[in-house]
Design a protein around this ligand. Structure first.
Ligand SMILES: Nc1ncnc2c1ncn2[C@@H]1O[C@H](COP(=O)(O)OP(=O)(O)OP(=O)(O)O)[C@@H](O)[C@H]1O
Ligand SMILES: [Mg+2]
Length: 209
């Protein structure tokens, strides 16, 4: 079982959007996938509850017991943890449970600077696990048509974690599909968005699984 935690204490960075989409992408590729909502706000659970027939299994673990609780989960190929904003005990618990950590960050210096505490936590865990834990930034909510400046990638690289090649673009189809309890991979909602999610899925599979 591989555990992928999508974490950033900065609110609104795209954690839930990326978690729900990755969970759906894995599930569509026939992985037995579980989405764990670690946010007391319960956004991923709300998304899962919109449709009774949501094919993605979503459960909530919003106490700092994620690592322990996941030990009781068998028969899953992949677990995606949707991180909580501003709750460092939950972040520590998710970090301990994870094999892979994705840090979605909006392409702005304020958002990049705000990750430093999380990056320190992640790096010390990478050391403790002798490098078994993998982590990467993912640029989230990038404005379409604006070429992401090298300075963004450079600024992120300065934090000493890799940056995924695939960036997630700001697109209206992400919130509109969420409000229907689906994803951009469903019902041909937005093929460009679907193709970036497929690229993300492929990149994660090739680099980390
Ligand atoms: N790529 C995107 N394009 C357009 N809107 C987006 C995108 N990613 C996220 N959003 C919207 O921005 C808001 C915040 O996104 P999301 O809930 O995924 O972030 P979050 O990091 O989980 O937030 P929180 O910290 O509150 O849990 C939501 O309304 C979401 O629909
Ligand atoms: Mg969220």
């Amino acid at each position: 079982m591989k555990v992928i935690a999508v974490l950033n204490q900065k609110g609104g960075s795209g954690k839930t959007t990326i978690s729900t989409h990755l969970a759906r992408a894995f599930q569509l590729a026939d992985y037995n996938c579980l989405l764990v909502d670690s946010d007391p706000q319960g956004s991923a659970r709300d998304w899962g509850a919109v449709r009774e027939d949501n094919p993605v299994s979503v459960i909530g673990i919003d106490r700092p017991t994620i690592e322990r609780d996941l030990k009781h989960i068998a028969n899953k190929d992949v677990v995606i943890i949707d991180g909580a904003p501003q709750a460092s005990d939950l972040a520590v618990s998710a970090i301990k449970a994870a094999n892979v950590i994705l840090i979605p960050v909006q392409p702005s210096p304020y958002d990049i600077w705000a990750t430093s505490e999380l990056v320190d936590l992640v790096k010390s865990r990478i050391e403790i696990t002798d490098g078994k834990l993998k982590a990467a930034f993912i640029v989230s909510r990038a404005i379409k048509g604006t070429k992401l400046g090298n300075e963004i990638f450079q600024a992120l690289a300065d934090y000493g974690l890799p940056v995924l090649e695939t960036a997630i673009t700001q697109r209206i189809s992400y919130p509109t599909s969420a409000s229907l309890g689906v994803t951009v991979l469903d019902d041909k909602i937005d093929e460009n968005a679907a193709s970036e999610i497929h690229r993300l899925f492929k990149e994660i599979k090739e680099k980390f699984l």
